[in-house]
Design a protein around this ligand. Structure first.
Ligand SMILES: [Zn+2]
Length: 305
């Protein structure tokens, strides 16, 4: 079924109702079919980030124009955090786990939003991680460092697991990432008995392949779902609805290996535009579902909702 505004809104009456009421839009999952999967996007809330992180390479005039177009003229801006939940046969598969209780007060809303949608988190059988940043990993434990999903199996790219455990994770760490390493190690320690490693290219679950997309972090992956023209759950390769698409060559401060992240961004944009795949962008405006088109020698994001 093609992903259009109509099919998405028709997916659930609750979703359509929520869109008429912006105050509740982020709390209500958006659900649609993709091939053999039922895919939902559930909000974990949002992050509040310094606007200065977004485009340090841009001239002040370029930055001002793009941020104005994005409605982000203040010192900080709100970055949505969109979690993907996939129903596949008897499995309920979460891609990333949100921020949990200890990152930002505006985030960590995943479990509340699942509950509000009558989705029992204890039914989640598997979790696949794109990378080990706080807003994707720290929901793995609760405020007592106990696992939030004690019965799930956790799938992590070996390169990402190894990076956060290694000395490389702490070497030359920028100030704004202080705490990321201890947080990653705390969460990884809690789930380690239930972790399965994978490599890019592996079929992590039936019809779900991991694609190497290093740069934002050393072992970052996106997940490609089979069916139709494809669907990419994009993690943090494309994090801003205008800048990431119009200027993939700019280097946001959140990327660990900036030049590698630029190459990865261009590769993924080219693939998305060529394949006409759907994209779920973790930090794009909720629910972050859309497609990518070529525009003016670069790209643009076309939201489907
Ligand atoms: Zn993120």
């Amino acid at each position: 079924m093609p992903l259009t505004r109509r099919t998405l809104l028709a997916a659930t009456a609750a979703t359509a109702a929520a869109h008429a009421l912006p105050a509740f839009a982020a709390a209500s999952p958006v659900t649609f079919r993709h091939g053999a999967f039922e895919v939902s996007v559930v909000s974990d809330g949002h992050l509040v980030l310094p606007t200065a992180f977004l485009a340090p390479d841009a001239t002040p005039e370029q930055r001002a124009a793009l941020l104005k177009a994005a409605g982000q003229t203040g010192e900080t801006y709100d970055s949505p955090t969109n979690i993907t939940l996939i129903r596949s046969g008897n499995d309920l598969i979460l891609i990333d786990m949100g921020s949990g209780d200890r990152f930002m007060p505006t985030a960590g809303k995943l479990w509340d939003n699942l509950k509000a949608a009558d989705i029992d988190k204890s039914k989640i059988t598997k979790v696949i991680f794109t990378h080990g940043h706080p807003d994707h990993l720290w929901g793995a434990v609760d405020d007592l460092d106990d696992m939030t999903l004690p019965n799930a199996t956790f799938y992590i790219a070996g390169a990402e697991w190894n990076f956060w455990q290694s000395d490389d994770a702490t070497r030359g760490l920028p100030a704004e990432r202080a705490g990321f390493v201890t947080g990653a190690r705390r969460n990884y320690a809690a789930i380690k008995e239930r972790v399965k490693m994978f490599k890019p290219g592996d079929e992590v679950q039936s019809g779900i392949h991991a694609v190497a997309t290093p740069g934002h972090t050393q072992g970052h992956v996106v997940l490609a779902l089979a069916g139709g023209d494809g669907l990419i759950v994009g993690g943090d390769v494309l994090t801003h609805p205008l800048i990431s698409f119009a200027h993939p060559e700019w280097r946001p401060l959140a990327d660990h290996v900036p030049e590698q992240a630029v190459a990865t961004r261009k590769m993924l944009l080219d693939r998305l535009a060529a394949d006409r795949s759907k994209l779920i962008g973790f930090h794009l405006p909720y629910p972050g579902v859309g497609t990518v088109e070529r525009k003016d020698g670069a790209y643009r994001f076309v939201a489907a909702v």
